[in-house]
Design a protein around this ligand. Structure first.
Ligand code: TNX
Length: 506
């Protein structure tokens, strides 16, 4: 019998020889209530069966936490004809065990089953993320919650929110209320904007926590700050226009950026905060101070990408100050890899590598600087797991600059320890798949771009290294991910039915 399909691939999975466990209207669940609720919701959506509360007499499904059974986030599933037990080493591990259990539910002639199986599983990397750009197009709280559910089902544990960019500022801050009053109304292409109130943000953070995810808020600086100038003109330089930007404007349409007017085009690199003005650092301190108080997770991201109209010297000055402000707040700064060029970036700063699978133009050197400081990298190789890249065939959404279009096979077929030369697992905090939203307007757009490619990123983040498991091949992944089609449909995920994948219909 072939192995039950689990994505991301588990550390170990062995099928038993016995009959499967039968899920019926009499099946009971006992144990941890949060995990039982999560399981009941998925089983209900998938099978229309309602699990009853059990009496703990050993038949049915048992969900428990047993600290000491493994490392953080690990779990074990043992299923046979008589019972199913899921044991997490902690609450997150149990939650992930429930996700795996929901994936292996199958149907035979007599009804729903859980195959006889033993699974032992734990993550390769501690940080496993998705990023959603809510600046280029604003996405409401309900959409973000849906994305949290989807990502958590793939055992991802970090939601990075790209909260600000040239096109809009999306988080209300009491210390700087004009940001949302004056700079949040529009999105790319003349679409409506929006912003999160502090209550909205809290709701997102709490919802994420209930799915064992942290929220990593990003305020992109010192470039990508045209919106700041709408609210606080004294902090922003006038837009600069390079030939490159004129080219983008010609290719994608839209107006040239003008100081004091909202920008709704797709160009990057024309804006900068004033670097040699103390008022800028008062602003940075206010923004990150308030954000630190709102964010229980350890990370605050200050951007640092594509500051194309800031000189290298000024960029280095800014990065040193911004990262120090965040570190002094007791948080771990995160920045895109360009910030590694700044000699005085705070030592604890985590770098987010967004270069190609084969690093180009000094990207590897900049990324390696974070390791030399004693910190780590998050890997987001753009030509593999930028979820905003077009598919080879399918929806007309997305961009192509990162060696696109990007097939599911390319999103899958890479090994984290082979990306930045000299950086192995010890230097890698984790893997994150960003979704930039210049062309992405709705939750349906998000689903089609992210699925199935986010599952490929999740496997790079969670599963054993390529070569360390026979499941870590494209041939295995495409079969396993194809088997998830019916589950994803029952979860309401509008995945792209890529012709690279043999999708199961039931
Ligand atoms: C590059 S990747 C950007 C974003 C764009 C994205 C579009 C990175 C750190 N910056 O500003 O939205 O390309 O794919």
């Amino acid at each position: 019998m072939s192995l039950p399909a689990v994505v991301p691939a588990p550390v170990s999975i062995e099928t038993g020889s016995g009959a499967p466990f039968r899920l019926t209207s009499a099946t009971t669940v006992t144990g941890e209530t949060d995990a039982a609720a999560a399981l009941s919701a998925i089983v209900g959506a998938r099978t229309a069966l309602a699990l009853a509360d059990g009496d703990g007499d050993g038949d049915g499904i048992e969900l428990r936490i047993d600290t000491g059974t493994g490392g953080p986030e690990s779990y074990r599933i043992v299923a046979d004809e008589a019972s199913v037990s899921v044991t997490g080493a902690d609450a997150a591990g149990l939650f992930y065990g429930v996700q795996t259990l929901s994936q292996i539910i199958a149907r035979d002639e007599q009804g729903w089953t859980v195959p006889a199986v033993t699974i032992d599983d734990s993550p390769r990397f501690a940080y496993r993320g998705v990023m959603l750009d809510v600046a280029r197009h604003f996405h409401p709280v309900e959409t973000v919650k849906g994305y949290i559910d989807r990502a958590a089902s793939l055992k991802l544990n970090a939601l990075h929110l790209h909260l600000t960019d040239d096109q809009g500022w999306r988080i209300h801050l009491d210390s700087r209320p004009e940001l949302t009053e004056k700079a949040s109304a529009t999105s790319v292409g003349g679409d409506l904007g929006g912003f999160y109130t502090k209550a909205d943000f809290r709701e997102i953070v709490e919802y994420a926590a209930s799915r064992h995810m942290i929220v990593v808020p990003e305020i992109d600086m010192p470039g990508h700050t045209h919106a700041v100038g709408l609210a606080y003109p004294e902090l922003a330089e006038d837009p600069t226009l390079s030939d490159h930007m004129r080219e983008i404007i010609r290719d994608y349409g839209g107006e040239e950026p003008r100081a004091g007017s909202p920008y709704d085009g797709m160009a990057v690199g024309f804006s900068s905060l004033k670097i040699h003005d103390e008022a800028t650092y008062d602003f940075v301190a206010d923004v990150f101070g308030e954000l630190a108080a709102m964010t229980p997770g350890p990370y605050l991201h200050f951007g640092g990408d594509e500051s194309l109209s800031t000189t290298d010297e000024d960029f280095a000055v800014f990065v040193a100050r911004a990262s120090a402000i965040i570190a002094d707040l007791g948080k771990t700064p995160v920045a895109w890899h360009e910030a590694g060029a700044a000699a005085d970036v705070a030592d604890t700063t985590v770098g987010q590598y967004w270069g190609f699978l084969t690093p180009q133009e000094g990207a590897a050197e900049k990324a390696t600087a974070f390791i030399d400081n004693g910190a780590q990298l998050i890997l987001s190789p753009a030509d593999a797991i930028y979820l905003d890249m077009k598919y080879p065939s399918g929806p007309e959404l997305g961009l192509t600059w990162a060696n696109g279009p990007t097939s599911v096979e390319r999103a899958y077929s890479w090994e984290p320890s082979d990306v930045v030369p000299g950086v192995d697992d010890a230097g890698i905090l984790g893997v994150e798949a960003p979704l930039w939203t210049e062309t992405i307007r709705t939750s349906a757009d998000i689903d089609t771009m992210a699925f199935p490619r986010a599952a490929a990123a999740a496997e790079a983040a969670w599963s054993p290294a390529t070569g360390a498991s026979e499941l870590r091949t494209w041939a295995s992944f495409r079969e396993r991910v194809g088997a998830l089609g019916p589950l994803w449909t029952s979860m309401g995920i509008g995945f792209h039915p890529s012709d690279e994948i043999p999708w199961a219909t039931e």
